[in-house]
Write a protein that binds this ligand. Structure first.
Ligand SMILES: Nc1nc2c(ncn2[C@@H]2O[C@H](COP(=O)(O)OP(=O)(O)OP(=O)(O)O)[C@@H](O)[C@H]2O)c(=O)[nH]1
Ligand SMILES: [Mg+2]
Length: 174
């Protein structure tokens, strides 16, 4: 089983990756490209998961080589869990990508990273309501301090697919 860390550039994917994985990580070039990606392993409830720090991507419509690699990594894994890492201070942008990934039928969970910055800017995000509406785990994290990472790990087995039509109905009736 694979956990793919996906998100915009500079949202803290690698910081989350480092928290999730141990020392045994490998960095390599994606075949035929100059794009680097890193993979490691973690054990959750006695089950081994391959964790991949996927190159940053803005959308599932690739605009450059790194984004193309991100989508290739997504396509080559059998039913992965996609952990979408979002900068909490730019939540709409991150959710846009999360929606695109959900729409493709992947199991998804969300880390609202940079939660410390959101608090500093007095942004109030109702995590419980967001989780309720989306129907996937949503966990505030501060990857640099490790805050929220254990909750993130606990939630990996509950990552889920989203019925996009039902989600649309829910959102439009808000
Ligand atoms: N304040 C704060 N800074 C963070 C947090 N997580 C990561 N950072 C910082 O944000 C910067 C980007 O983190 P990275 O982990 O490199 O982000 P990334 O998504 O892997 O970036 P790319 O690989 O370039 O796409 C670094 O300076 C981190 O130290 C967080 O939760 N809070
Ligand atoms: Mg990175």
């Amino acid at each position: 089983m694979a956990i793919l860390l996906m998100g915009h550039p500079n949202v803290g994917k690698s910081a989350v990756f480092n928290r999730l994985t141990g020392a045994n990580i490998t960095e390599s070039n994606y075949p035929g490209t100059t794009v680097d990606f890193t993979e490691g392993y973690t054990y959750i409830d006695g089950k081994e998961y391959k964790v991949i720090d996927v190159p940053g991507t803005f959308s599932t419509d690739p605009k450059d080589e790194a984004e193309k690699v991100a989508l290739d990594i997504l396509a080559e894994h059998e039913d992965p869990i996609v952990l979408v890492v979002i900068d909490s201070t730019k939540i709409e942008r991150g959710l846009y990508l999360a929606f695109e990934i959900m729409e493709r039928g992947y199991k998804v969970m969300i880390a609202l990273n940079m939660w410390d910055d959101a608090e500093k800017h007095d942004l109030s995000i109702d995590v419980d309501q967001l989780e309720e509406i989306l129907g996937v785990p949503v966990v505030p994290t501060v990857a640099i301090s490790g805050k929220g990472i254990s909750t993130l790990v606990e939630n990996v087995p509950t990552a889920s697919r989203v019925d996009i039509e039902r989600l649309r109905e829910k959102i439009t009736s808000l």
